[in-house]
Structures are given as C-alpha cells and as structure tokens.
Design a protein around this ligand. Structure first.
Ligand SMILES: NC(=O)c1ccc[n+]([C@@H]2O[C@H](COP(=O)([O-])OP(=O)(O)OC[C@H]3O[C@@H](n4cnc5c(N)ncnc54)[C@H](O)[C@@H]3O)[C@@H](O)[C@H]2O)c1
Length: 366
C-alpha cells in the first residue's frame, strides 16, 4: 500500500483526487491545505480515515510514503526539499518552481534522493491525452515528413477574474511575480515547451518573444505573450499564450503532413504518407474532401472529434497520476523527470529575457 499526503487541495488538486480514491494500492493518509475548509472537503471526499490538516509537517510523518504537491509555484522548493529530506517520494505540479534557481535546487535534491531509492516526478497534465502520444508516434514515423513548424495557442480569461479579485483587495498568488515566476507564459506554455521537445526529440536552442500586460491591472506578470522557438533540428514553433481572451489550438506542420487540433475537440489531418492508426487518431488516407491538385497539396484531408479524458479518469492508461503511483510502486523512473521540467523553465526564462530586451536569446545548457 502506498500511503499518500495530498498537499494543496485547491483548483487543480481537487480535479484528480478521485484517482487516489480509486486505486486499490493507494491510501490517502492526509489532505493538507492552508485553508482548513478545503483540506477537510478533500479529506471527506477521500475517506473516513483521512486526516485534514493545515500544517505541512503532517506530510513528513512516518505513516506517509509519497507527497503530492499541488501548491502555488513559490512553495514548491521548500515543500519538495522537506519531503525529499524526510525520504518521501514526491509528485510535483508544473512548473517545477517560480524561478530557475529554485527549480535547479529541486533537481539537485531529487538526484540525491534518487540515490536513496526515492522517486520524484513532475505532473504535466497534457500527457493524460492519448492524442499527444499519437502525435509523437506520427512525428517519429515520418507521417508529417520533416516537421517544419509547430503552433500552440492556449488562452483563457482567468487573468481577468484574478485582476478583478486583486483590485477588490483579495490576494492571489497568480498576481504576484515572485510567487508565480511570471504571468500566463510560465503557467501555460511549459506544457507545449515540454511537449514539442518530446515530440521532435529536439531541443529549443533560441527564442524571440514579446510579452505585455494589456487587460489585467493588478497582475504583475504578463497577460499576453507570443514567442518563437527555434529547435536544434531547425524547426520553428510559435507559442501564443494569454489570460485575457479564450481559445486553444495545437498544430504540427511537416513537409508531407499536417495536423491541427482546434478547441480541444476538432482534429484535422492531412498527409501524403497514407494511413495512421494510433490510440485515438484514425487516418485512412482516403479523401473525405478533395484538396485542390496544386503542387505539394495533400490529397485527403480528414477530420475527427477527439475529446480529452478528464484529469480524474483513473482508468485512462495515460493518466499521469496513476502512472506515477505505479512507477513508485514498481520503483521505475517517472514519465516526466524534474530535470526535464527544469529544462522547460530554462526556455521560459529565455522567453522572458527576450521579451524584456527585445533580442533573440540563445538557450545555454551546461
Ligand atoms: N494543467 C495543470 O497541470 C495545472 C493547472 C492548474 C494549476 N497547476 C499548478 O498547480 C499548482 C496549484 O495551482 P491551483 O490552480 O490549484 O492553485 P489554487 O490557488 O487554486 O490552489 C492552491 C491551494 O494551495 C493552498 N495552499 C497555499 N499555501 C499553502 C501551504 N503553505 N500549504 C498547503 N496548502 C497551501 C491554497 O489554500 C489552495 O487551496 C500550481 O503550481 C499550478 O501551476 C497545474
């Protein structure tokens, strides 16, 4: 039995608590939140024996094997280091931390703990989606030809609500540069920075970006950021993030095929390379709609609806919480390492530097 302390029972935490309730080899010993009402609600939803607490040190007690950290970014360093020092496995929410220095300190502690058999992993919710795994296989099998360009747009109006809250005198960590580490870009883009590098098997080597706060007074970070990333294989990505409007899109464009995933629902596929059948992608290569016979035009665009599984769907074989718990139970490496998350933050930090200086910034790795 894996005995779990669940720390931070706010917006995201409550969405996947059901996974911990459902898995037979997991027992949630305690739910901890600075807000006792939230801790109590979470504890009640998990089980009769689960303790509700406001004090983080409850997670360090002997009856806990694994700590799940869902607290604001600036708390990740202190809580992760304390949990690792106490010999607990840790599953940490993205981004690794609010600063690169904090993230590097966490990676160093995770490395040391690994030598004692302690496992640390990073939660990136996009990997719950079978589609992401299909896209990587499609890229790997050459279905796109050579990938030339990737596109990500993730925009929601959460910043407008935080702005109103802060102007009304209520504190929110998302409004603080120190506590968040930035604005919409650090919060939203880490998913795609990670995903794109993983899909291509290439690293971001240079970035150019602009960022501004256009509609969210009271928030110290940006509510709009547009970045261009250059990868080690020469491909480019455009990554547009916002907290002041809405819309979502993920696209991959190659010399022989393209894929656009719009609004978390509509998948448009088009390839000269024929069939692909994956976990959710089913492309037959036969035409639903004949494209014009222009040079280089693909012959058969197809569309399908793909809905992402919920974060709390423990039966989803890609569910990242379930996979991490299984990895710990079997003493395997996590799907996403802290080191990889640190590298994502390196790119985010370069994006902020580029936005500040107006210059392209090369990513330096030791
Ligand atoms: N897609 C994703 O994977 C995703 C989505 C949203 C948020 N997140 C990440 O999850 C983390 C939390 O975000 P959220 O949206 O749930 O924030 P939130 O503000 O809704 O919840 C944070 C919770 O932490 C509690 N808390 C604050 N200080 C604490 C302390 N010292 N000890 C224990 N609890 C404390 C708060 O009371 C609150 O309930 C952040 O790192 C964020 O980046 C990830």
């Amino acid at each position: 039995m894996l005995r779990v302390a669940f720390v931070g029972c706010g917006g995201i935490g409550e969405q996947y608590l059901s996974v911990y309730r459902a898995l037979p080899f997991v027992e949630v010993v305690c739910c901890i939140d600075a807000d006792l009402t939230r801790a109590t609600q979470a504890a009640v939803s998990v089980g009769k024996q689960t303790l509700a607490a406001t004090d983080f040190s409850v997670a360090l007690q002997d009856d806990v094997d694994l700590v799940v950290i869902n607290t604001p970014n600036h708390l990740h360093r202190e809580q992760t280091l304390a949990a690792l020092a106490a010999g607990k496995h840790v599953f940490l929410q993205k981004p690794v931390a609010a600063s690169l220095a904090d993230a590097e300190a966490i990676a160093e502690a995770a490395d040391l703990a690994h030598q004692r058999g302690v496992i640390t992993g990073l939660y990136l919710s996009y990997f719950d989606q079978p589609l992401m795994h299909d896209l990587r296989a499609m890229a790997g099998q050459g279905w796109f030809g050579d990938v030339a360009h990737l596109y990500a747009r993730l925009m929601h109006r959460g910043g407008l609500a935080v702005s109103q809250q802060v102007l009304g005198g209520q504190a929110n960590w998302r409004a603080s540069l120190k506590e968040t580490g930035g604005g919409c870009f650090i919060q939203l883009a880490v998913h795609y920075v990670h995903l794109f590098q993983w899909m291509l098997g290439a690293r971001v080597v240079r970035v150019m970006a602009m960022a501004k706060n256009l509609h969210c007074p009271g928030i110290e970070g940006e509510d709009l950021a547009c970045a261009i990333l250059e990868f080690s294989n020469g491909a480019l990505a455009t990554v547009d993030m916002a907290w002041n409007t809405a819309g979502e899109q993920l696209s991959v464009h190659g010399t022989r095929g393209t894929c656009e995933y719009i609004g978390n629902q509509t998948l448009l596929l088009d390839s000269l390379n024929g069939e692909f059948h994956g976990h959710v992608v089913h492309y037959t290569g036969r035409s639903q709609q004949q494209s014009p016979a222009a040079p280089g035009a693909a012959a058969s665009q197809q569309s399908q609806i793909v809905i992402a599984p919920s974060l709390g769907d423990w039966q989803n074989p890609f569910n990242q919480h379930r996979l991490f718990l299984e990895a710990v139970a079997e003493r395997r490496a996590p799907f996403v390492s802290i080191a990889a998350g640190v590298d994502d933050l390196r790119v985010v930090t370069a994006v902020y530097e580029s936005a500040r200086t107006g210059k392209a910034v090369a990513i330096e790795r030791k």
